[in-house]
Design a protein around this ligand. Structure first.
Ligand code: NAD
Length: 255
């Protein structure tokens, strides 16, 4: 149960909402009273998240849509669907959709580089631009955009030069949009998770997971809820004087 209802009457869009961190964010925001738009390239998983959302408050209305965040046409269609369903733009957007295509630099294909950059970096650009344009068009200021980066964007990681570049880029994108959108009351921040147990990390052998856990000062791998709680804070008015920031959620790894 959430400690408070900080997002009552708020419309929130979550990309990558069908799995892992995005799904946990959808759960947390709905428990805080938000109406949640679950967006994922996989409609089945978006619908599964939709079914599990909290509907405790009167007026809470959730929806699930399929969209590929790396494609401007798909994002445009998504925004049209949201407008016709809710007659208002989302005031909160959490960009959690992301992929990995790991390989060492000497072997990494151009296709793997491009696809990771397209989804992890261009995706948040397209969603931020579309949501900000829609908010500005209402003539009423206010909003919060949260991008899920990664600690890997700061420190690098073997086999992830495409992923690390996309996650370093997202911090530059966020700091710049924070400066440009401040006059519209739209805050933009990045969350930098460390190693979080999700389907994205399920491929990693248990031996390696145990080794990572041993390196974390707080002594365990992160859970999606550890990240979702910080996203809810950044979405809410409790973080009203925070913009352009990167917040590490790593259990102390790499401090
Ligand atoms: P996940 O694989 O569980 O979820 C990612 C979701 O994004 C999936 O539902 C997938 O279908 C969706 N998606 C992929 N491509 C998409 C596209 N083009 N358009 C729309 N949706 C798309 O992964 P996760 O671990 O929950 O990761 C979420 C975010 O957190 C990612 O940006 C990831 O880079 C970041 N992150 C994860 C970790 C970790 O350890 N798990 C650490 C740091 C950062």
């Amino acid at each position: 149960m959430a400690a408070s209802i900080r997002l009552k009457s708020m419309l929130a869009l979550v990309t990558g909402g069908g799995s892992g961190i995005g799904r946990a964010v959808c759960h947390r925001l709905s428990r805080e009273g938000a109406s949640v738009i679950v967006v994922d390239v996989n409609l089945q998983s978006a619908n599964d998240t939709l079914q599990s959302l909290s509907r405790d408050l009167p007026g809470q209305q959730h929806a699930a849509f399929t969209a590929d965040v790396s494609q401007s046409d798909s994002v445009r269609t998504l925004m049209e669907q949201i407008q016709s369903c809710f007659s208002a733009p989302p005031r909160v957007a959490i960009n959690s959709a992301g992929i990995t295509r790991d390989d060492f630099l000497l072997r990494l294909s151009e296709e793997s580089f491009d696809s990771v950059l397209s989804i992890n970096l261009k995706g948040p650009f397209l969603i931020t631009q579309a949501v900000a344009r829609a908010i500005v068009a209402t003539g009423q200021n206010g909003g919060s955009i949260v991008n899920i980066g990664s600690i890997v964007g700061k420190v690098g990681n073997l086999g992830q030069c495409n992923y690390a570049a996309s996650k370093a880029g997202i911090e530059g994108l966020t700091r710049t949009t924070a400066k440009e959108l401040a006059k519209f009351g739209i805050r933009c921040n990045t969350v930098l998770p460390g190693f979080i147990s999700t389907p994205m990390t399920d491929k990693v052998p248990q031996k390696v997971l145990d080794k990572f856990a041993g390196m974390v000062p707080l002594g365990r791998l992160g859970q999606p809820e550890d990240v979702a709680d910080v996203c809810a804070f950044l979405a809410s008015d409790d973080s009203r004087y925070i913009t352009g920031a990167s917040i590490e959620v790593t259990g102390g790894l790499h401090m």
